[in-house]
Structure formats: C-alpha cells, structure tokens
Design a protein around this ligand. Structure first.
Ligand SMILES: Cc1cc2nc3c(=O)[nH]c(=O)nc-3n(C[C@H](O)[C@H](O)[C@H](O)COP(=O)(O)OP(=O)(O)OC[C@H]3O[C@@H](n4cnc5c(N)ncnc54)[C@H](O)[C@@H]3O)c2cc1C
Length: 501
C-alpha cells in the first residue's frame, strides 16, 4: 500500500456508516468517502421540526442507556442527554425492553378497564415473553414462532377465565400483540422465529431521548470527519470487486463503486451499510461478482418489516396531565385470530396506541401513534387528510366524545416507501436464525483467505446478531467493520500514536 494508506468507500451515511468512518479516521485512515443516496445524513435517525419543537421520524429512544451501550456512551460524552438519563439509578433499571409506563387504556366502546386487570395481564404477558426468550434451537422446533408460542400460553390461561373476563382479556392481549409487532417491526409475531428470540440482548437502563434530537448525535460524530467526507445524493448502483481498476493516481484498486449518476469511485475496501430492506430488493444485481449463495439466502430469510409513526398535534390535550402512554383496545379483538384483511376498512385497528411526547411546554401537545405491518404500509399510501380524518374518528370513538376537536397538524413516517430503506428494521424471521445474521456480516472475500484482504465489508443494524434493529447495534456494527480494517493496517494506528506523542 505504501505510505498513502488504503482508500475506503463507505456506502450509506446512517449511524453505522458514519460510525465506521469516524473510527477509521481516528485510527489513521485518511482516504475515506461516504456515499449517501439521499440528500441527508442520519438514515433511520431523523429528527424533524413539528409543532413547537423537534420530533423523531425514526429512532426515538436510546434502548438500554447504560455504560455498555455505545450510543449512550457517546451521547453522554458529547453532553447530548438530559439530567434524568444520566442518573445512576436510571442506568441500572432493568425494564426488559419495555418501558415501565403504566398505560391509560381507552377501549373502542369507551368502557373502563380496571387497573388490577391490566396489571395482572401485563405481568402474565411479560412472563410469557420471558419464557419465549429461553428457547434455543435444541429446545424448540425450527418453524416455531413467537406468535404461536404466545397463542398457546394465552389459550392455556384463558381456560381459567370466565366468559366476560375472557373477552376483555383477549382484547387487551391483542393490543399487547400490536405493540409487540411495533417492537419487532413485523406484520405478525407469527413471522418472528422462537428459537433465536432470546439471542436479542438488552442493556440495562431506562430508555431515554435526546433533548436536541437523535440526529444531533450523528451530526456530532460526523463533525469529527473532514467536511468533504460525506457525499450526498450519490446512490450506489453496483459494486465491482475482485478486479483491477485504475485510479487517478494510476494505481490498481480491487474495487470500483458505480453510482446511479454514472460517477465511479475506486477503493481498496468498501463498507456496505445499506438497510436489509434495500438488499432484499437489489441483492441479485448489487455486486459483481454476485453475492455468494449463503449471503443471498440470509438476505432472503431474515425479516425486515415496517413500523411507522403518526404524530398528531392538538391545540389542547384531552388526556390526563400525567398520562405517558394511551393504549387502544378494540373490543372483540383477539390474539388468537389474525386481524381482518380488509385494509381499507381495518388498517387503523393495528394502531397500538399513542406515546404522549414530553415536555409539552417545549414541544406542544403531541401524541405519537405507532403502527406496524401491512396496515402500516397501507397507511403510507393514504393522504395526510385521510389519516387525520381516520385518527379524529378513532379518537372520538375511543374517548366517547363526538365533539373532540381534530388534531391541528399531522406528520407521518413512511419508511416502507423510502426506496433506499424499504421498511423499518430487521428481525429474525421463522426460517432464519442468528447464523444468517453472521453470514450477512461476513466480508468478501472471507477473512480466512489471508492472501486477499477483505474488499467488501458489511455493517448496519441487520448485521449485529445480538443487537439488531437498534441504533447501538448499527453503531457497533460500523465500528466492528472499521476494526477489521484497522487490524489489517497496524502501521496506520502506530503512526497516529506517534503523532500524538
Ligand atoms: C420508525 C423507527 C423507529 C425506531 N426507533 C428506534 C429507537 O427508538 N431506538 C433505536 O435504538 N433504534 C430505533 N430504530 C432503529 C434504528 O433507527 C436503526 O436500527 C438504525 O438507525 C440503523 O442505522 P444503519 O446505519 O444501520 O442504517 P440506516 O440509518 O438506514 O443508514 C443506511 C443509509 O444507507 C443509505 N443507502 C441505502 N442504499 C444506498 C445506496 N444504494 N447508495 C448509497 N446509500 C444508500 C440510506 O439512504 C441510509 O442513509 C427505529 C427505526 C425506525 C424506522
């Protein structure tokens, strides 16, 4: 390589790509370009102005904000968090992936549901989820799903419930499943594989948000890179690897990246951080020579679903001042049957509920609705007016107040229709396993082939076996691939250490 050091092209300016580039830069790599298809950095971390303040269109919480979590570590280091997030007692809290907020429950006929009933069901449901996490490939059938397991537990328990309680319990449990579909980013929990479910790892800590927006973290990391590192509106069409491509310096490079606009970039290494949703659509043509079968299979097998947000701004709150989560329970709903398919009529029944965004003095009175699956994708096809109308009718029905004033503004995410994302986040689907995640993460040519260094490396949330679907998983994956290259060029790190002396 000589003194110049290797040229690295990173594809995608989400937190995985920016994180990889920054780690390389800190370790002496000086020829780094990040090619980003869209007009902005951040990817699925996207903060936008709405109502009186800033809201998140993508990632909202640091899940498990405790010292082991890289996103938390950096955010604390850059002073991006509020005082509560930094409290030691909050960092030590074990919430099992679900914030301990006690919901205010609204039902479709305005009926009250007693708190003890909800509390009992919640603890029963969390026990089942815990049990689901204890399976391994040796203790369950490969085609078992989390959905089928939960159904079995629900059926067993329901035998002890009297008829009226049973109907209400089932309706509440249906709404819990709607939340679970949002957590897993899936249409139904029947798609989520049971055996590897427990491989997903949660850090301790009470989920927290960013007062200045999640994007401020991406911007802060990006600020450590030279200004011209990220090239926006530069969609990559194809990666040619295992070749010999002449650069402007007349050197031969093994990789050439071709962009949709015809521009090409040569490199020694490429780190691909595009979402699994993009790979699902383009896996056959994105690389030449093509991806090996094991990787294509992993891309096909792993799940990548949709979870969207519907943000509604109100002139005045209609909810109680201390509510943090409004859960919607459709009477007659049941987790034992899948919701009716007529999306036009029924899409809104998949809405799990609304988080009340805090603090209202800075943000305005905002409810943030969460909806997953095909219903969520259908919602993307509707106009703002149609969604606002449906939300108004729904809230009037659930509050029993036909005069409830409509929201004064609306903002939605549409992650499924974003061509360079194609959905929200990944999960381990029935028919796949954690080893598919490892296959996806494997570089080309494989690491073991020491004669040829890795040319195409893969990062992004879907490549982190234990932390997929999260921002910290994405950042860890970017740093993992950066480290792979850093290990390959120890002389660059030595040069940086000497320069610091
Ligand atoms: C609605 C929603 C809510 C979420 N909530 C949370 C949360 O509360 N907490 C949490 O930790 N995580 C959350 N997540 C998940 C989290 O946002 C992601 O896991 C993480 O941001 C993914 O980062 P990434 O770098 O892997 O991918 P991305 O952020 O998607 O970055 C990949 C980049 O690649 C670009 N790209 C794609 N194709 C090309 C191409 N051909 N050429 C060039 N560039 C290309 C894309 O435009 C994108 O910018 C949420 C996600 C969504 C959608």
């Amino acid at each position: 390589m000589g003194v110049r050091g290797p040229t690295v092209v990173v594809i995608g300016a989400g937190i995985a790509g920016i994180g990889a580039a920054e780690k390389l830069y800190q370790n002496g790599f000086r020829h780094i370009r990040i090619l980003e298809a869209t007009g902005r950095s951040g990817g699925r971390i996207r903060t936008q102005s709405f109502a009186k303040g800033l809201v998140e269109i993508g990632a909202q919480w640091i899940h498990g904000p405790s010292p082991e979590n890289l996103v938390f570590q950096l955010s604390a280091q850059y002073n991006l968090l509020g005082p509560d997030a930094l409290l030691e007692e909050n960092q030590k809290m074990d919430v099992g992936g679900h914030p301990p907020a006690i919901p205010v429950i609204y039902t479709s006929s305005g009926k009250n549901i007693s708190m003890p009933l909800v509390m009992n069901l919640t603890s029963l449901y969390f026990e089942w989820l815990e049990k689901a996490r204890n399976f391994t490939k040796d203790t369950c059938s490969p085609d078992a799903s989390v959905g089928s397991f939960l159904r079995q537990e629900i059926l067993r328990s329901s035998k002890e419930w009297d008829k009226d309680t049973c109907e209400l319990n089932l309706a509440v449990l249906r709404s819990f499943l709607n939340i679970e579909c949002c957590v897993s980013g899936t249409h139904t929990m029947d798609h989520v594989a049971l055996c590897p479910y427990g491989e997903y790892t949660m850090f301790l800590g009470l989920d927290c948000t960013f007062p200045t927006g999640f994007e401020s973290l991406v911007n802060r990391i990006k600020a450590n890179l030279p200004n011209d590192t990220v090239i926006l509106n530069k969609a990559v069409e194809k990666i040619y690897w295992d070749g010999s491509f002449q650069g402007r310096d007349s050197r031969a490079y093994p990789v050439q990246v071709q962009c949709e606009d015809g521009e090409t970039f040569v490199a020694d290494h490429v780190i691909v951080t595009v979402p699994l949703g993009f790979l699902k659509k383009h896996a056959d043509n994105f690389l030449s020579p093509p991806l090996p079968l094991s990787k294509k299979q992993a891309i096909k097998n792993l799940g990548f679903g949709t979870m969207n947000k519907i943000l509604l701004e109100f002139e005045k709150p209609f909810w109680e001042p201390n509510s943090s989560y409004i859960q919607l329970v459709w009477e007659g709903g049941s987790p034992l049957t899948e919701p009716k398919k007529d999306l036009k009529k029924n899409w809104m029944k998949k809405l799990s509920g609304f988080v009340v965004l805090e603090p209202p003095a800075q943000l305005g009175h905002i409810l943030c609705g969460f909806i997953a699956g095909e219903e969520s994708e259908y919602m993307e096809s509707l106009s703002d007016e149609e969604v606002l109308f449906t939300m108004t009718s729904l809230l009037r029905q659930f509050t029993g107040n036909p005069e409830l004033p409509p929201p004064i503004s609306i903002l939605r995410s549409k992650w499924h229709s974003q061509p360079y994302t194609g959905g929200s986040y990944s999960y381990v689907a029935v028919g796949s396993s954690g080893s598919d995640i490892d296959s996806l993460a494997e570089p080309l040519p494989k690491d073991k082939d020491t004669a040829k260094p890795s040319q195409v490396l893969f990062a992004g949330e879907a490549t982190e076996r234990n932390f997929y679907s999260t921002t910290h998983g994405a950042l860890m994956s970017g740093q993992r691939e950066a480290q792979r290259l850093i290990d390959r060029y120890p002389e660059l790190g030595t040069a940086v250490s000497k320069a610091k002396l």
